[in-house]
Design a binder for this molecule. Structure first.
Ligand SMILES: Nc1nc2c(c(=O)[nH]1)N[C@H]1C(S)=C(S)[C@@H](COP(=O)(O)O)O[C@H]1N2
Ligand SMILES: [Mo]
Length: 303
C-alpha cells in the first residue's frame, strides 16, 4: 500500500463524546451568546476542521437506510434489534488464496483498528459526518490473498426473514449485494467498519461489520456483510440492478451528474442545527485523492 491515510480530525482535537451527545443542549444554552461563540467554545481551536464535526450519535442511529427492516428512515431503529449477529460468520470465496468461513474475530485478527471521521453522502442528497471505527478494507483483502485474476470484490448482506420485516415484504430483492473494482477496494480510504463513536456497530448501522466507501454514494456502503467474493467480472449491485439508469455501478459522488429525478449539486445536512441546513456537494464527496482511480474514465458514462 502506497500510504496509510491519516485522519485529519480526532475526538481529541475537538471535544469528548459526552459533549457531542449533549451538543444540542449545549448549543441551546449557548444560543444567547451567539452561535459563533457557542460553536467555538465547544469545538476548541478546531476552526478549520469545524466542517467535520461528527453528527450526534442520535442522528446516526435514528435516520437510516436499511431496507431489510423497511423503507422508512426510522424502521431500522425500530426493528434492527431483532437481527441476530452473534455468532457471525463471513464466507470468503472466489479467486483468492485463503477462502473459507471466518468468524468476525478471525477476519480482523492482527489488523489495526482505527477511528476515521468521514463525510457520508446518500444518493438521496442528504449527508452526515460519522466517526467510524474499523480497519482498512485493503488490509483485510490482502490477508485473504486475492489472485491476479480477481478484478472485483463482491459483498453480500445477511438475510434473516424471520427477523427482517423488509425481507418478509420483499421491498427490494435480497440479499443486498454490492461490489467494488479491486483498485477501489484497495484504496486506503475504503474501510470495513465495526463500530462508531468507539462502541460496537449499532445494528441499524450494519452490525457487526459493514463497508464504508466515503467517496461513493451511501448505498455502496453495504451493511452486515456475510460474504466476500473475489471475482473476475463486475458483480451485481442491488440499486444498479433495480434501476441502472438512476444508479450506476460506480456511483462516485458527483455534483455534476444529476440523478434523473433530482440535482446532486447540494445536500441537506442532517441535524444541521444552528448552522445552514444545505451545503454544496463536492466531487468524490471531497475525497479528491481517489481521482487517479478514474483518470481514464468518462464519469458521465461510468456514473
Ligand atoms: N444491506 C444493506 N446495506 C445498505 C442499505 C440497505 O438498505 N441494506 N442501504 C444503503 C444506503 S442507501 C445508505 S445511505 C447507507 C446508510 O447507512 P447508515 O444508515 O449507517 O447511515 O447504507 C447502505 N447500505
Ligand atoms: Mo443511500
Amino acid at each position: 500500500m502506497a500510504y496509510r491515510w491519516k485522519n485529519d480530525l480526532t475526538h481529541a482535537d475537538v471535544t469528548p463524546k459526552a459533549a457531542w451527545l449533549n451538543r444540542r443542549q449545549i448549543m441551546a444554552g449557548a444560543a444567547g451568546l451567539g452561535a459563533g461563540f457557542g460553536a467555538a467554545s465547544i469545538a476548541g481551536s478546531a476552526s478549520a476542521q469545524d466542517a467535520l464535526e461528527p453528527n450526534p450519535l442520535e442522528d446516526i442511529t435514528s435516520y437510516n437506510n436499511f431496507y431489510e427492516f423497511g423503507t422508512g428512515k426510522e424502521d431500522p431503529m425500530r426493528y434492527a434489534d431483532q437481527m441476530e449477529i452473534s455468532p457471525w460468520s463471513i464466507t470468503v470465496d472466489g479467486l483468492c488464496d485463503n477462502p473459507g468461513e471466518y468468524s468476525l474475530g478471525e477476519l480482523t485478527e492482527g489488523l489495526t483498528t482505527e477511528e476515521r471521521i468521514y463525510r457520508f453522502r446518500c444518493v438521496e442528497a442528504w449527508s452526515m459526518v460519522v466517526p467510524w471505527n474499523g480497519i482498512e478494507l485493503g488490509d483485510v483483502l490482502a490477508k485473504l490473498g486475492p489472485k491476479p485474476e480477481a478484478k472485483f470484490v463482491a459483498f453480500e448482506t445477511t438475510v434473516q426473514p424471520e427477523n427482517m420485516p423488509g425481507v418478509r415484504r420483499n421491498v427490494i430483492p435480497f440479499p443486498y449485494v454490492e461490489g467494488l473494482r479491486m483498485d477501489e477496494a484497495m484504496h486506503p480510504l475504503a474501510m470495513l467498519a465495526t463500530g462508531l463513536y468507539g462502541e460496537p456497530m449499532p445494528k441499524q448501522n450494519g452490525a457487526p461489520i459493514r463497508l464504508v466507501v466515503p467517496w461513493k454514494y451511501g448505498f455502496k456502503s453495504i451493511k452486515s456483510i456475510v460474504r466476500i467474493s473475489f471475482v473476475e467480472e463486475q458483480p451485481p449491485a442491488t440499486w444498479n440492478i433495480i434501476n441502472p439508469n438512476e444508479y450506476g455501478f460506480y456511483s462516485n459522488v458527483n455534483p455534476l451528474h444529476s440523478h434523473p429525478r433530482w440535482s446532486q449539486e447540494s445536500e441537506r445536512v442532517i441535524g444541521g442545527g444552528l448552522f445552514s441546513s444545505r451545503q454544496p456537494t463536492l466531487m468524490f464527496n471531497g475525497y479528491s485523492e481517489v481521482a487517479p482511480l478514474y483518470e481514464d474514465m468518462d464519469l458521465d458514462v461510468y456514473f
